[in-house]
Design a protein around this ligand. Structure first.
Ligand code: ST9
Ligand code: ZN
Ligand code: ZN
Length: 371
């Protein structure tokens, strides 16, 4: 393991030019009507979501009526936890933001867990997410929250994307993922692996190991577990772009929302995350109880599977809170402007080649002394 293994890194970017602000997505502005975007409904997806929700309601009935075994419910919870971690610690913090590095056994494990979640393969998930960060709350954002709760939550998966998503999305560098054999293998085999890992195996395990009724197992361990996990994930795109505090930047839509953080294993500290997307914790406030993904990454780092964890200095956070926060940060009242450090904006958090020379210059990685 490299000498720096397990040690968080600090990214200092003193006067980084803002890509995000270039996109002119001031939250207060109402969405301009865009005649180019006539919704083309994808009925296949609409019907799939109608089935999922009807079947999940039946799954809840089975659970509350005591028809399904306790072991099956417990299994569904553990499975959801693992799949969710594949999304948060894997697709999101590792692959989309490169906020830490992972040895191949951890990458394999995270890719398998991400496949269990069926939120599209890692490559597609990351592409949409990088585009979301780069063009937040514009027409190029796949789940633009300025189109309202329903669109950003689920609606965006039921219509064809705006042309800006394709056009501006094409400017996002994905070469790092193309070099990761685990990501590319998952992409190639997704249509076989995903149905097995997300639906067939979780329905089969309760039947085989403790004799659950196969239909009950299907509805509870597969469908209800999947549907609830989707909603918890989607809340990050919808609720955490609408309701909550903006302690770090009041000018952006993303919010810190503790309830979402709990449901989405630490991804609800979304105002912080949009301001400092390279931080492997995706949060400053809260602890492991509101950030289970950080607990997993720290555990992996302790055992040498994760390393080069990136984070943000307390000073940099303080300066940003003072300059652009909405006053809800617990430090705000005590802190004072010293005028020394004025971070303009984050780098997006991964080592992409489409960063400008100026951005690269300021995205200097500084090692933090640990002990
Ligand atoms: C799901 C994803 O639910 C959820 C993501 C949530 C993200 C949350 C993030 C927050 C942090 C993490 C929180 C985790 C919490 C976890 C807690 C768990 C308990 N850039 O897409 P297509 C191009 S998925 C550049 O088909 P259409 C590209 O060339 C749910 N280019 O567009 C592409 O071709 P290819 C299950 C892009 O036709 C081509 O366009 N899945 C980009 O408009 C066509 O792309 C579903 O429901 C881009 N961003 O269709 C299926 N995008 O791929 C969902 C596209 O060959 N998807 N291009 O390179 C679909 O059916 C379709 O995508 C569609 C749009 C109908 C929505
Ligand atoms: Zn992100
Ligand atoms: Zn967001």
């Amino acid at each position: 393991m490299a000498a720096m293994s397990g040690a968080p890194l600090l990214l200092a970017n003193a006067t980084l030019t803002s890509k995000l602000q270039d996109d002119d997505h001031r939250h207060a502005e109402p969405l301009k009507k865009n005649r180019d975007y006539e919704w083309q409904v994808v009925w296949r997806n609409v019907f799939a979501f109608v089935y999922l929700h009807a079947a999940a309601l039946y799954g809840f009935y089975l659970m509350f009526a005591g028809k399904v075994r306790g072991w099956t419910i417990l299994f569904g919870l553990v499975f959801a936890l693992m799949a969710g971690m594949g999304v948060t610690a894997g697709a999101h913090r590792l692959w989309a933001h490169r906020s830490y590095k992972a040895r191949w056994p951890l990458r394999l494990f995270l890719a398998l867990m991400q496949t269990m979640a069926f939120q599209n393969h890692i490559y597609e998930w990351v592409r949409d997410h990088r585009v979301h960060h780069k063009f937040t709350e514009t027409d190029a954002d796949p789940h633009n929250a300025r189109r309202g709760f329903f669109f950003s939550h689920i609606g965006w998966l039921m219509v064809r994307k705006h042309k800006d998503v394709f056009e501006k999305g094409a400017t996002v560098d994905m070469s790092d993922l193309e070099k990761d054999p685990i990501v590319m293998f998952q992409k190639k085999t997704y249509m076989v692996l995903m149905p097995l890992l997300c639906f067939v195996i979780p329905a089969w395990i309760p039947c085989y190991f403790w004799g659950e009724n196969p239909w009950y197992s299907w509805y509870v361990a597969s469908i209800t577990r999947y549907t609830v996990a989707l909603h918890f994930t989607w809340l990050v795109n919808s609720a955490a772009h609408i309701w909550g505090n903006r302690p770090y930047d009041k000018n952006i839509g993303a919010t810190d929302n503790k309830a979402v953080a709990i449901c989405a294993f630490g991804e609800g500290w979304h105002n912080y995350h949009h301001v400092f997307p390279w931080d492997y914790k995706a949060a400053e406030l809260g602890n492991y109880s509101t950030n289970l993904s950080t607990a997993l990454i720290d555990f992996a780092a302790k055992h040498g599977l994760a390393y080069d964890l990136k984070t943000v200095s307390a000073e940099m956070i303080r300066q940003r809170v003072n300059r652009t926060g909405d006053g809800s940060h617990p430090w705000t009242k005590d802190s004072q402007e010293d005028g020394h450090y004025h971070p303009e904006n984050p780098v997006w958090g991964w080592e992409d080649t489409d960063m400008t020379e100026e951005e690269k210059q300021f995205a200097e990685i500084v090692h933090r002394k640990t002990e």
